[in-house]
Design a protein around this ligand. Structure first.
Ligand code: ARG
Ligand code: ZN
Length: 471
């Protein structure tokens, strides 16, 4: 006997209500972009095209405050979205209307606009904030360096949390206007070109513009007493270098290195093609750091780099990153080799040019200096893990991988690849795998085996192929 299914109207209504919201229903944006190394970095649901930061900084107290205006576009129907930030927020407006907000963890801000955003809708997000960056420690670290006369934001992969709210991942690049008022006699430095410098009532406001897409960690702010040196290259590129007035005995070495920036940029253009940005330079703050950073158009150089005299090699490294890292950026943080392997290899090319040892010699030396049982060889440059993102293996074994490639395919194809790659992905993002595919295309040779050996084997590869001239 067949049963007739009779469903009362009330049950039907209840069933309808139980059906999950349709895709068109506005939903919260994800609290991260889904980077496997750092799941909560960046956010989902929107894309930022421009940051306008209008700030004021008092060196005496390390107080930083002002307004960040983000021009964004919703990439889904959005009921709520996150920003990454660690200072104190007093007000947020989305398209002019007050939004509610809450902090979540040490560096997430959940913003709920008065009305949800539709997919494709533009949003002007205004965030008023203040704080003492040096008071903020996130996950046990800080990227804000307090100096006797100011402060500096520079670190990787995290730097923005300490000075502006953002969608903090290299996949969401944007242009920047950074305007900072500081007491007269003090300088505020940032990326790009200095649009204006005006004093009023004891404060001087510096307005900087970085007009090409820039990843959040490559934005920098430095406040302090600086000597700013301006020049223009023969091709018309503005050069702005800056030196802390408090470098002491390191000042000569810093100037003897950073003043070579324009020359090094032109030298790198010979290998990588046209410089990707509209200004160049470098700055040497009084920050006792052992690292440098390729902050876009204007690298940061920690003071410990100057202890042994001039260090043009580090300038070569950071300026090489302008192509390899800044214009072409990682897709995920595990792709760090597409930055560091090439920046290190550039230093080897510079050494070759200076008569201080060829790239082959430096590769052989690095290879020989780590015996097979050295844990150095357990780090895979193509996927080092977040704890080893800046391990020496990413740099040195990463550059050995390029020497192995050069020996496999010959100089002509190798240098065509070095020059072609930055054009291929200019102002974008790329994965290690994209590089392998590109190298195979240009050389017409299968290269997966070579890259698997050099980037992904957790052990010491067999002796690298000898260079063509040695065979
Ligand atoms: N990309 C930088 C460089 O090699 C590395 C920065 C490492 N960060 C750090 N805090 N040690 O030039
Ligand atoms: Zn580097």
């Amino acid at each position: 006997m067949r049963h007739r299914l009779i469903v009362p109207a009330a049950v039907l209504a209840a069933l309808t209500l139980a059906i999950p919201a349709s895709a068109a229903e506005p939903a919260p944006g994800a609290p991260g972009v889904g980077d496997p190394y750092y799941p909560d970095y960046g956010n989902g649901g929107y894309d930022v095209s421009h940051y306008d930061l209008r700030l004021k900084y008092q060196p005496k107290t390390d107080e930083l405050g002002g307004t960040a205006t983000l021009l964004a576009t919703a990439t889904q129907d959005l009921s709520r979205f996150n920003l990454d930030f660690a200072l104190d927020v007093s007000e947020i407006r989305v398209n002019g209307k007050k939004a509610s907000f809450a902090t979540s963890g040490a560096h997430e801000l959940e913003v709920t606009p008065a009305t949800p955003l539709a997919k494709g809708q533009r949003a002007t997000v205004v965030v008023r904030y203040s704080g003492v960056p040096s008071d903020v420690e996130v996950d046990g670290f800080t990227s804000w360096h307090r100096t006797p006369d100011g402060g500096v934001a520079a670190n990787e992969p995290e730097a923005a949390w300490w000075w502006f709210p953002s969608n903090d991942h290299p996949t969401d690049k944007a242009t920047y206007d950074v305007s900072v008022a500081v007491p007269d006699g003090t300088t505020a430095l940032s990326n790009g070109t200095l649009q204006s410098q005006r004093s009023s009532a004891g404060w001087t406001r510096f307005a900087w513009r970085s007009d090409k897409p820039q990843a959040t960690y490559l934005a920098t702010l430095a406040v302090g007493k600086f000597d700013v040196v301006k020049d223009t290259t023969s091709s018309g590129l503005p050069v702005i270098n800056a030196y802390s007035k408090d470098l002491g005995a390191d000042e000569g070495a810093a100037r003897a290195s950073i003043e070579r920036s324009a020359e090094v940029t032109e030298w790198l253009e010979g290998y990588f093609g046209p410089y990707p940005f509209n200004s160049v330079g470098g700055y040497a703050p009084n920050v006792d750091a052992g690292y440098a950073l390729e902050t876009q158009t204007r690298p940061f150089y920690g003071k410990r780099g100057w202890a042994n005299g001039s260090n043009v090699s580090v300038v070569v490294h950071e300026l090489a990153h302008q192509w390899y890292g800044d214009s072409v950026s990682v897709r995920q943080w595990k792709d760090i080799w597409i930055n560091e392997g090439f920046a290190r290899y550039s230093q080897w090319l510079w050494s070759e040019d200076q008569g201080e040892g060829t790239a082959q010699e430096l590769s052989d030396y690095a290879y020989a200096s780590h015996p097979a049982d050295d844990p150095f060889w357990t780090v895979k440059p193509g996927d080092p893990g977040p704890e080893n993102q800046f391990h020496a293996a990413v740099y040195d074994r990463g550059a050995m991988a390029l020497q192995a490639l050069r020996n496999e395919i010959g100089d002509e194809d190798f240098f065509a690849i070095l020059k072609g790659w930055p054009q291929q992905h200019a102002d974008g993002n790329a994965k290690v795998r994209d590089f392998v595919t590109y190298a195979e295309k240009v050389s017409g040779e299968p290269l997966s085996g070579l890259f698997d050996t050099w980037l992904y084997e957790p052990s010491k590869p067999g002796a690298p192929a000898l260079s063509a001239s040695d065979t």
